[in-house]
Design a protein around this ligand. Structure first.
Ligand code: TUI
Length: 314
């Protein structure tokens, strides 16, 4: 049994979070992960209050286990979504793509467990002071909006900087990655890319096929010049975007290029125009499985590796 203080803190059986992937992490995937004993997370992404409320209600018809909502702080609907999680008594809020400080007092007062995703020690320290229950330390191996520091370097530095549990994210897709995260001091992991091919994941078939075919060099980060780098599978969209970026196209124009591209990938499976956000570990994701099989394999695999680890000590 792989149990950490994070399990008790959140009332979950297994220390595995499913990443709050924009346009992808809906009630279908999140309820399946929570039912499997992990923490399923609905991504509020750029959606409005009504969409999120409907998703929360749908999830609750499928599971009564704890779940989370990921509040993407760059969303134009962040304020209304921040209120929905209070009104709906969501047990856990995970934040991304910014500093959640302005919402934390209200969320804490509502009894919500707040777990910000951080890409730096500075933000980890800040949110710990503001009453975060835990932090997700997300390395640059991750898909989507990323920071600069790798998981290997970030996780132990965040662990040393804060007194709350740290969840490792970025580049983790099997038991070896989970065990390695624990060795760095993490009390849990967040996994996105492997859940893209879960049976319960409603993302387009095109997206799933691209992840299954990916190898170790299939992703690239673009958008560094905009201050918001994003990792995705190499595609006509990333080629065009990188060309525009190199040609010095304005941040506004680059932003316009990105608008709608996530939806085109996730919902329409539009290979030419979609942005297929994906982590560097995609090359290791080669099998479609249920969310339960994925959660169990992550945990069972980590147990095997951790039990065998003492073989290296004389
Ligand atoms: O947020 C994520 N991953 C995401 S959000 C997203 S939707 C999106 N699409 C296009 C452009 C932008 C967003 C897709 N993937 N991960 C968590 C994360 N947070 N990664 C990096 C950060 C981060 C970066 C800077 C957090 C805070 C920050 O600055 C904090 C400050 O002080 O402002």
């Amino acid at each position: 049994m792989l149990k950490t203080p994070l399990c008790e803190l959140l009332g979950i059986e297994k220390p595995v979070f499913q990443g709050g992937m924009a346009w992808i992490a809906d009630a279908s995937l999140a309820s399946a992960v929570s039912e499997a004993g992990g923490l399923g997370i609905i991504a509020a992404m750029n959606a409005d209050a009504n969409w999120l409320r409907d998703q929360i209600h749908e999830l609750r018809t499928k599971t009564d286990k704890p779940f989370g909502v990921n509040v993407m702080l760059m969303s134009p609907f962040a304020d209304e979504v921040a209120q929905v999680v209070i009104d709906e008594r969501v047990p856990v809020v995970v934040t991304g793509a910014g500093n959640p400080a302005k919402y934390m007092k209200a969320w804490n007062e509502a009894g919500i467990k707040v777990i910000p995703v951080v890409a730096s020690v500075a933000l980890a320290r800040l949110v710990a002071r503001r009453g975060a229950t835990a932090v997700v330390a997300e390395g640059t191996e991750s898909g989507g909006h990323i920071g600069e520091t790798s998981t290997m370097a970030l996780v132990p530095q965040v662990v040393d900087a804060v007194d709350i549990p740290v969840v490792a994210a970025g580049g983790i897709a099997d038991g070896r990655g989970v065990a390695a995260a624990f060795m760095l001091g993490a009390a849990g992991v967040q996994v996105g890319t492997r859940f893209l091919v879960a049976n319960e994941c409603t993302v387009s078939e095109q997206y799933k096929e691209m992840v299954l075919k990916a190898n170790d060099t299939s992703t690239r980060a673009t958008g560094r010049s905009t201050g918001h780098p994003v990792r995705a599978l190499k595609s006509p969209f990333t080629n065009a975007y990188a060309k525009s970026e190199a040609a010095g196209v304005s941040v506004e124009e680059l932003g316009a290029m990105g608008t709608g591209a996530l939806r085109k990938a996730a919902k329409d499976g539009n290979y030419e125009e979609g942005s297929f956000l994906c982590g560097q570990i995609a090359g290791m994701v080669s099998e479609r499985q249920s969310a339960r099989e994925i959660v169990d394999d992550l945990v069972d695999g980590a147990e095997r590796v951790l039990k065998g680890a003492s073989a290296w000590v004389a």
